[in-house]
Ligand binder design. Structure first.
Ligand code: AP5
Length: 213
């Protein structure tokens, strides 16, 4: 089943998507990761997107939608996870027409529900590998050797610019205003599924697996 994985910043979308890729062979489409890759490579898209990411605001729909359209068009039959897209009602509606155009279907819109307090701790403590994208947490899942990625062995662990407290506040506000209304939107479409994201990573994964199998 193709799925949309959505929820607040730090809910664990990227962490769960990585497990779905590793264990179930799904294809991960993360708009946030695509933007960060472009920022790293200083492409025109990255230069434009950086202004928005640094402020915790959404990148304009015109840019984001065509990026997702292109990615979905290139999929070769693999089951996919949309992580971080759609992120507002307009994106959700346009996604429906893209899927129709490409004869694709999403069977579940899974909402990872986590209250704000744990999110702040998760985001301020998150560390990411610049080289391979592996995600760590200084307290909950630290790398074995400080600063060194367990997955690729490179000394490339860093803190995302938007994981500083001032930006986190803005991201949470953007989430409440733009993304939270997707809960009602997907409830009405009949594909809405909700999971508590406060349990440990393996339990959350098992629940997602049950929902999609
Ligand atoms: P994006 O990268 O999508 O950020 P986000 O949605 O804010 O989500 P995060 O990546 O912060 O969190 P996550 O849920 O993946 O959590 P993770 O698994 O890492 O987007 C970044 C920016 O790009 C946006 O602000 C916007 O500017 C732009 N953008 C992206 N998509 C867009 C769109 N569609 N339209 C417009 N603009 C867009 O986990 C977080 C931490 O918690 C980690 O340290 C992890 O180890 C830990 N953790 C995870 N699960 C658990 C658990 N169960 N228990 C304890 N700790 C856990």
């Amino acid at each position: 089943m193709n799925i949309v994985l959505f929820g607040p910043p730090g809910a664990g979308k990227g962490t769960q998507a990585a497990l779905l890729v590793q264990r179930l062979g799904m294809f991960h489409i993360s708009t946030g990761d695509i933007f960060r890759e472009n920022i790293k490579n200083k492409t025109p898209l990255g230069i434009e997107a950086k202004n928005y990411l640094d402020k915790g605001a959404l990148v304009p729909d015109s840019v984001t939608i065509s990026m997702v359209d292109d990615t979905l068009a290139k999929l070769s039959g693999k089951k996919f996870i949309l992580d971080g897209f759609p992120r507002n009602l307009n994106q959700a509606m346009v996604l429906e027409s893209i899927l129709k155009k490409l004869s694709l279907q999403v069977g579940g819109a899974i909402f990872l529900k986590v209250p704000f307090a744990p999110l702040i701790k998760r985001l301020t403590g998150r560390r990411v590998c610049k080289n391979c994208g592996a995600v760590f947490h200084v307290e909950f899942s630290p790398p074995k050797a400080a600063g060194i990625c367990d997955k690729c062995g490179k000394e490339s662990i860093y803190q995302r610019e938007d994981d500083k407290e001032a930006v986190i506040e803005k991201r949470l506000k953007t989430y409440e205003e733009s993304t939270l209304p997707l809960v009602e939107y997907y409830r009405k479409t009949g594909i809405y599924k909700e999971i508590s994201g406060t349990e440990d990573t393996e339990r959350v994964f098992e629940k997602i697996k049950q929902l999609i199998s």
